[in-house]
Design a protein around this ligand. Structure first.
Ligand SMILES: *Cc1c(COP(=O)(O)O)cnc(C)c1O
Length: 463
């Protein structure tokens, strides 16, 4: 391994250098992301309306487009110390393998039991629920990382935690389920008979293996029909992106410490929270006219919300119980093909990232899952870490960009977000290793079905 003088393999921050406030990127956006709308009145959601579903402080964070910095409460800073700062790693071994002149760094968020960045927001959301005197929170989980993260945070603070887990994951990932139960959470496969919306979905689609959208509908219903509970969400919302800014703030502090300026910043995008958090402080500099970066969102070709979706107001869930969010969307009824194993299955995208994408400040690429797993396998073999399939979308494009540098001879500095580990994704890895993994790219007709479900009202036309 050839190491550059003065650039360590891993860049850590001292405890005293850790961020003390989250950064709200919206404060620096001239054109703000569109507000959430009440689907009945089509008026912006008020704090009071949102307060029926979400915790008070989180509603304030959600609606605040002006305050640039939110101090991180001391209890949350203390919790962060258990697993942060996360390392910023120079991928010397990957560079050598690729024989690229590019300098590659990754910010590794998988060093906690939940195995992903989701704990950064879970602890914040659980903290505000606890502070409000609530008994517990409800949520949905797909692959299981969010449910695990929230279970850990709730156990730490002594809050009750009810998780609706997408049925296909519940069955494919029994160990994820057991981790959550070990942390004291109640885990229900979704759709379930325990909610009215779950029963309705089961009646209309008997035998369905569920989707994130269905699970969200159930978790929202469970929260609003029970005294002392609120709903919490692990991605998409502005508040989540705010908490995840810790990723970008640490990354920037670490790079600044060594005088490194990235050229390209890459992240995988499901609902957009890790990518939004990673790029936030860098995008802030760009919006203020201080610096210029290339930002790339990577999504699965089988769930291509940015690259092929419509920019419109849509429901955040299949059951259409949530407010309307303006975002790049495939339609709330869109369910990715059954062969899709790589995560990032959400039909929409954070409204902040959607707005940045619409303004041309963020690029998007879609990649096929076999190419993603090829990148994952190479990365695991040379860098040692077994990456989550989601994270491997970012690895794929980081490798592609590094290979471009090999052709052009450019010594670009590439930073990507390695959001988590893949220990619970071995069914997908097994498929790949057996040569049984296939790619499915939805046809325009497939997508048209999803688009047909986007609500129609004046000002929300889609082409
Ligand atoms: C949830 C998750 C993602 C995608 O969520 P975003 O909100 O888009 O960040 C990516 N990687 C891992 C490991 C995850 O658990």
């Amino acid at each position: 391994m050839k190491q550059e003088k003065n650039i360590p393999y891993k860049i850590y921050l001292e405890e005293s250098e850790m961020p003390k406030a989250w950064y709200n990127l919206r404060a620096d956006m001239k054109k703000k992301p569109a507000p959430l709308l009440n689907p009945e009145t089509l008026e912006p959601m008020t704090a009071e309306e949102l307060g029926a579903v979400f915790c008070e402080e989180l509603v304030k964070q959600e609606l605040d487009t002006e305050t640039a910095y939110f101090p991180i409460p001391q209890e949350i800073q203390d919790f962060y110390k258990m697993y942060r700062p996360s390392p910023l790693v120079r991928a010397y071994c990957l560079e050598e393998k690729l024989q690229t002149p590019a300098k590659i760094y990754y910010k590794f968020e998988g060093n906690n039991t939940s195995g992903s960045h989701k704990l950064n927001s879970a602890i914040a959301q659980a903290y505000y629920a606890k502070n409000q005197g609530l008994k517990g929170v409800t949520t949905e989980t797909g692959a299981g990382q969010w449910g695990t993260a929230l279970s850990m945070a709730c156990a730490y603070l002594g809050l009750d935690c009810k998780v609706y887990m997408v049925k296909v994951s519940y069955e494919q990932k029994p160990f994820r389920r057991e981790v959550m139960r070990t942390y004291g959470a109640e885990v229900t496969p979704s759709p379930s008979e325990t909610t009215a919306i779950g029963r309705k979905i089961l009646e209309e689609h008997p035998g369905t293996t569920g989707s994130l959208g269905c699970a969200i509908s159930e978790a929202v219903e469970a929260a609003t029909s029970k005294e002392g509970y609120r709903y919490v969400l692990g991605s998409v919302l502005n508040q989540v992106m705010l908490h995840q800014s810790i990723i970008g703030l640490e990354t920037k502090a670490a790079l600044d410490k060594y005088g490194i300026t990235p050229d390209v910043i890459i992240g995988c995008a499901g609902g957009g929270s890790n990518l939004g958090g990673l790029i936030a402080p860098f995008m802030g500099e760009q919006l203020r006219g201080e610096k210029n970066y290339q930002f790339i969102a990577v999504e699965p070709a089988s769930c291509p919300s940015l690259t092929r979706g419509k920019y419109a107001y849509d429901f955040c869930d299949t059951g259409k119980v949530t407010p309307l969010a303006k975002m790049y969307t495939l339609g709330s009824g869109f369910i990715p093909s059954a062969n899709h194993a790589g995560g990032l299955r959400y039909h929409g995208m954070s409204s902040t990232l959607s707005e940045l994408y619409d303004q041309g400040l963020l690029e998007a690429r879609s990649v096929e899952q076999t190419a993603v797993f090829e990148a994952a396998k190479m990365f695991a073999q040379v860098e040692g870490i077994l990456p989550a399939p989601e994270s491997s979308h970012a690895i794929r494009v980081a490798i592609d960009e590094a290979m471009k540098c090999k052709e052009t001879g450019e010594e670009k500095t590439i930073v990507f977000g390695l959001t988590g580990t893949g220990y619970f994704d071995m069914v997908a890895y097994e498929k790949f290793n057996n040569g049984e993994m296939t790619d499915y790219i939805p046809t325009d007709e497939d997508l048209a079905q999803g688009f047909a479900g986007i609500p129609k009202f004046e000002g929300n036309e889609i082409d």
